[in-house]
Design a protein around this ligand. Structure first.
Ligand SMILES: Cc1ncc(COP(=O)(O)O)c(/C=C/C(=O)C(=O)O)c1O
Length: 352
């Protein structure tokens, strides 16, 4: 494939490239089949599942771990719903430093857990959810001098903002809308920052609307925004899209500002709508993404049905993680047929 990596934008990043796994340069697909099905003029997917560890987190980690090395750090840590831990583990391995990852016990997708283990991180399951794990890792970093690489760490967002640069480079124009799932709310903030930097540098002369999608059972930001009231965390976030099963998004103010400044919006989708969107994206466009990533399509479908967005505009869905991260979800909702005899007859019967 191409060897365009995120470091093409080195001069726009706050650290020199020290550790890289050729992250970035991910494909931007034209979803021409879904354009016809949904009646949308221009629909794209920025496929972040094509990154080295299968999610957009690699963009933040190449910059964040490079910074850790520049600071002479020997130990890094994060709390994670899964992808951040998988990514931190890989970049720490490449960098030759120790990684400690705290994950909500029993609520992390199999693929992500396998990655964190095999890359050699110290995986610490927490009795509680992501929000509990994040609290512990912040205390640990203060007390024990372990470098914290959650998305509160600004260097993570610096890497993730390159999604905006690449969307502009690949489209050769600014899309009217960027639609993406929101959990800890780092990514929507980072992508908005990237577009604003291009705008302030005079590279682009318009800005996209930022549209953040949350899962019904874990939607503190979207609920507050839709009900026009102050943000308040949700105590027990619940969704099968475990990547965004977050009740107290650390970057909620930045995300709120991104939506306000861009004239965008938040929307809420159910787990059922997420699963339906995951299947449509795969079976109509050949794009298999994990449930949280499918929330972007589920959100767009809802907004189109509610006529809250204009189908004559252009939309980029940021599909944030590869479908293979969470194969369980698919197998749990799919009935395999019985095995057949190894004969042509048996095969003929089953395909008629
Ligand atoms: C596939 C996928 N899609 C969307 C999100 C939400 O992005 P943010 O709103 O920036 O948090 C995540 C986040 C995952 C973690 O927060 C973690 O791995 O700890 C993700 O893995």
């Amino acid at each position: 494939g191409n060897n365009i990596t995120l470091w093409k934008y080195e001069s726009w990043l706050p650290v020199k490239k020290i550790v890289s796994l050729n992250e970035g340069g991910t494909p931007l697909y034209r979803l021409n089949n879904l354009e016809k099905i949904l009646g949308v003029k221009e629909l794209y997917a920025k496929n972040e599942g094509a990154n080295p560890t299968g999610s957009f987190k690699d963009r933040g980690m190449t910059v964040g771990v490079s910074k850790a090395l520049e600071l002479g750090m020997k130990r890094v840590a994060c709390a994670s719903t899964g992808n951040t831990s998988a990514s931190l583990a890989a970049y720490a391995a490449k960098a030759g430093i120790e990684a400690y990852v705290l994950v909500p016990s029993g609520k992390i997708a199999l693929g992500k857990l396998a990655q964190a283990i095999i890359y050699g991180a110290k995986v610490i399951p927490i009795k509680g959810n992501f929000d509990d794990a994040l609290r512990v890792v912040i205390e640990a970093s203060e007390e024990l001098g372990i470098y914290m690489l959650n998305s509160i760490n600004p260097f993570r967002l610096e890497g993730q903002k390159t999604i905006a640069y690449e969307i502009y480079d690949q489209l050769q124009k600014v899309p009217d809308n960027v639609v993406l799932p929101v959990g800890n709310a780092g990514n929507i903030s980072a992508i908005w920052k990237g577009f604003k930097e291009l705008y302030e540098a005079g590279v682009i002369d318009k800005l996209p609307r930022m549209i953040g999608i949350q899962a019904e059972g874990a939607s503190p930001l979207a609920k507050a925004w839709k009900e026009k009231r102050k943000f308040k965390p949700e105590k027990n976030p619940e969704t099968l899209a475990t990547a965004i099963r977050i009740g107290n998004p650390a970057n909620w103010e930045k995300a709120w500002r991104a939506v306000e400044e861009s004239g965008g919006m938040f929307e809420i989708v159910s787990d059922e709508e997420i699963l339906k969107a995951q299947r449509i994206l795969a079976s109509k466009e050949g794009l298999f993404v994990e449930p949280a990533s499918a929330a972007s399509l589920a959100g767009l479908i809802k907004l189109l049905n509610e006529e809250k967005v204009d189908r004559d505009e252009s939309f980029v869905l940021v599909t944030t993680g590869h479908g293979l991260k969470d194969p369980d979800i698919v197998l749990r909702n799919f009935k395999l047929p019985e095995p057949i005899e190894p004969t042509l007859d048996a095969f003929r019967r089953v395909i008629e």
